[in-house]
Design a protein around this ligand. Structure first.
Ligand SMILES: NC(=O)C1=CN([C@@H]2O[C@H](COP(=O)(O)OP(=O)(O)OC[C@H]3O[C@@H](n4cnc5c(N)ncnc54)[C@H](OP(=O)(O)O)[C@@H]3O)[C@@H](O)[C@H]2O)C=CC1
Ligand SMILES: CC(=O)[C@@H](O)[C@H](O)COP(=O)(O)O
Ligand SMILES: [Mn+2]
Length: 380
């Protein structure tokens, strides 16, 4: 029995994690969870699970719920996320919150010796060295949930990491993949939220449309697989059937395939190194596709990806700036305060003015994060 704490239970990854847990009730127990403001969904979960601890965003919600569910401890805010992440009866933390708010709970969970199943890629983008060093020191595995990284993890299973020539991360191209740059000037939020292959939360769907999602994933791969940026490539593949590939020195290429369904990588992270059945996923029948498409990445068309590679290669706090500026700019775009193309403009401005700190501490990262958010807010 694996006992799971789940941050971000009401989101796209969170609800699919609960689906996986419900599918294998003999294997998994949900001992802790957090939601933000979606108390309605939390009540649905509490009808079927008896977690020891629950965190919500607001104190008032925590107080109301505590009266209704006396067997569960309710907490709230950023401290609440840490309490759930370090719940003593949990073996595994599934981190499925959005944004760098996921960093401290991840670090504290590592300190408490929990296995980390990580969807929250912003954690590695903003402070990959802190997370991976802490995990190494504690001997705690960091298992990827992100589909591309799960694919690479599966391809590397049993291989010697020294034999890797390069990683090939596939990219769907996002909502605007058939538009050229000049056609991006007037695109709407509603259009941007219409991802061709995946149903995901709004922030990552916008990241996918700007190609920043691939940029975040390149940095995530750099930390997870300890490879230099020169060995991490991106390839446009519009069907999202090949979830990523690993090329080895002998020319062999390993790929992981499947229909686009996040429950597969979520479950793999929860059962690793075993596999369990997942009857509800649509099976891949390649004859239904006949043709899969591939195209070289175009860095002029997808400038945000270029910025992410630059930030990654510069390193230190530059990726913290990239991430924080992106989080604020995407929120502004979703609130219709800036245009789609301004997202990358804002990120570039924030990067250009930043004096990098190498090997930053957690405090320095938090300061740079706050300062970058303040700067990006001031632009608007
Ligand atoms: N969705 C996907 O298919 C994939 C997602 N990922 C990554 O997984 C992470 C989650 O993405 P996704 O599930 O799409 O996101 P969603 O927006 O769907 O869900 C986010 C979750 O985090 C909660 N939340 C949001 N802000 C806060 C906050 N400040 N404090 C506490 N909780 C908060 C939300 O609560 P509430 O809604 O209750 O307010 C919700 O439970 C991201 O890092 C994303 O990049 C990676 C690969 C695929
Ligand atoms: C499902 C998943 O892992 C997302 O990160 C997905 O990769 C988004 O698709 P693209 O970024 O390739 O459009
Ligand atoms: Mn992904």
């Amino acid at each position: 029995m694996r006992r799971i704490s789940l941050l971000g239970a009401s989101g796209s990854i969170g609800t699919q994690t609960i689906d996986v847990i419900n599918t294998h009730q003999e294997e998994f127990a949900l001992v802790g969870l957090s939601v933000g403001r979606n108390i309605g969904y939390l009540r649905e979960v509490l009808a079927n699970h008896q977690p020891k601890i629950v965190s919500v965003q607001n104190k008032e919600d925590a107080q109301t719920l505590a009266m209704e569910y006396p067997k569960t401890h309710f907490t709230y805010g950023s401290e609440g996320l840490i309490e759930v992440a370090t719940e003593e009866t949990a073996d595994v933390l599934v981190n499925a919150v959005i944004g760098s708010v996921g960093l401290e709970p991840t670090l504290q969970a590592i300190e408490a010796g929990k296995v980390i199943a990580l969807a929250n890629k912003e954690t590695l983008v903003t402070a990959g060295h802190l997370v991976m060093n802490a995990a190494r020191e504690k001997g705690v595995p960091v298992l990827p949930i992100d589909s591309e990284h799960s694919a690479i993890y599966q391809c590397l299973n049993g291989e010697n990491p020294k034999d890797v020539e390069r990683l090939v991360i596939t990219a769907s191209g996002g909502s605007f993949r058939d538009l050229n740059r000049s056609q991006l000037a007037n695109v709407t939020v509603e259009d941007a939220l219409n991802h061709p292959n995946w149903s995901m939360g709004s922030k990552i769907t916008i990241d996918s449309a700007t190609m920043m999602n691939k940029g975040l994933e390149v940095i995530e791969a750099h930390w997870l697989f300890d490879l230099p940026y020169q060995k991490i490539d991106c390839l446009l593949h519009k069907e999202s059937i090949i979830h990523s590939m690993v090329e080895f020195h002998d020319g062999s290429v390993m790929a992981q395939l499947g229909t686009p369904d996040m429950r597969v990588p979520i479950q793999y992270a929860l059962t690793y190194p075993k596999r369990l059945s997942l009857p509800q996923t649509k099976r891949l029948r390649l004859e239904e596709y006949q043709t899969l498409h591939f195209k070289q990445m175009d860095f002029e068309r997808y400038h945000a990806l270029q910025l992410a590679y630059e930030a990654g290669k510069i390193g230190g706090t530059m990726t913290t700036v990239l991430n924080a500026a992106n989080e604020v700019a995407v929120a502004q775009f979703l609130n219709k305060q800036i245009s789609f193309l301004q997202i990358e403009e804002v990120i570039e401005k924030a990067m250009n003015r930043h004096n990098v700190i190498n090997e930053p501490t957690l405090e320095q990262i938090q300061e740079v994060d706050v300062e970058t958010r303040r700067y990006v807010d001031s632009l608007n």
